[in-house]
Ligand binder design. Structure first.
Ligand SMILES: Nc1ncnc2c1ncn2[C@@H]1O[C@H](COP(=O)(O)OP(=O)(O)O)[C@@H](O)[C@H]1O
Ligand SMILES: [Mg+2]
Length: 257
């Protein structure tokens, strides 16, 4: 049975998409069968992994808002064992459209994923920077949440709100939803600020924080413009090494699954 992990934080620019793409690809390179689902209207993960627009048969919008099935829209990527459900700009109105439904508006993605869950080892959902209905659909459908935290000022700000959304989903739809882990991203270890923030996050989330942290690394920001995961773009970069370590840590936390 596949494990469904949402990569979420309502702040933009904290490394959700970078983590989704490179964790999904990292797990696939460790021989896992992985599905990445892009539910951000910006479609950065879709572009970042190099999906050819001409190949898109349908998107996560058609699954969540429409009646489409995952298996009809899933695409292969250039990474072996990694497939994707692409996103499109029409997701921008999804929250509004979902809010008009009388029942089950939080459970659309969960119902669709239940039918393909067994086909994968991991399903990684790249969430939009909000706590709206798209995000709630992701959390309701997930086994766990991975929270990237950018090592900058105000890193912890907003996390209380995220934790209360997680609590709401647990209480209302998904009692088994757990915190998969907290990932320190864009850490600059040469600065006091980077070190202080990482200590603060570790103090707050304790052993939920991964031993692996992601350093600020230019290669990680260049790779998406070539439509490549970091391992294909520059396998020897610090970014590639750290995301490969994270992928191993995720597998270990899941009992070597
Ligand atoms: N570790 C990193 N080092 C350098 N740049 C990064 C790193 N992680 C992300 N970035 C860049 O920062 C920006 C925001 O990251 P992104 O993953 O898109 O965040 P989010 O999905 O949370 O909005 C992007 O331009 C991305 O390429
Ligand atoms: Mg993103």
């Amino acid at each position: 049975m596949g494990k469904i992990i949402s990569i979420t934080n309502q702040k933009g620019g904290v490394g959700k998409t970078t983590t989704s793409v490179n964790l999904a690809a990292g797990l696939a390179y460790l021989n896992k069968k992985v599905l990445m689902i892009d539910i951000d209207p910006q479609a950065n993960a879709t572009q970042g992994i190099g999906v050819d627009r001409m190949q898109i048969k349908g998107t996560s919008y058609d699954i969540i808002v429409g009646d489409e099935e995952v298996k009809n829209v899933v695409l292969c990527t250039s990474v072996p064992r990694l497939s994707i459900v692409p996103a499109s700009a029409d997701l921008a109105t999804a929250d509004l459209e979902l809010s008009e439904l009388k029942t089950g508006r939080e459970l659309r993605l969960k119902e669709k994923l239940a039918r393909v869950k067994d086909d994968y080892d991991f399903i990684i959902i790249d969430c939009p920077p909000s706590l709206g209905l798209l995000n709630r659909n992701a959390l309701a459908a997930s086994d766990s949440v991975l929270i990237p935290v950018q090592c900058e000022y105000y890193a912890l700000e907003g996390l209380t709100q995220l934790l209360s959304t997680i609590k709401f989903i647990q209480d209302s739809f998904n009692p088994d939803l757990s915190i998969e882990g907290v990932l320190l991203t864009m850490l600059d270890q040469r600065t006091n600020l980077g070190i202080e923030v990482s200590q603060e996050v570790r103090k707050y989330f304790r052993d939920k924080v991964y031993k692996t942290f992601i350093p600020r690394n230019i290669k990680l920001s260049e790779a998406p413009s070539e439509g490549m995961c970091i391992y294909d773009y520059d396998r020897t970069s610090e970014g590639a090494k750290s995301y490969a370590n994270l992928s191993k840590e995720v597998i270990v936390r899941n009992g070597g699954k």
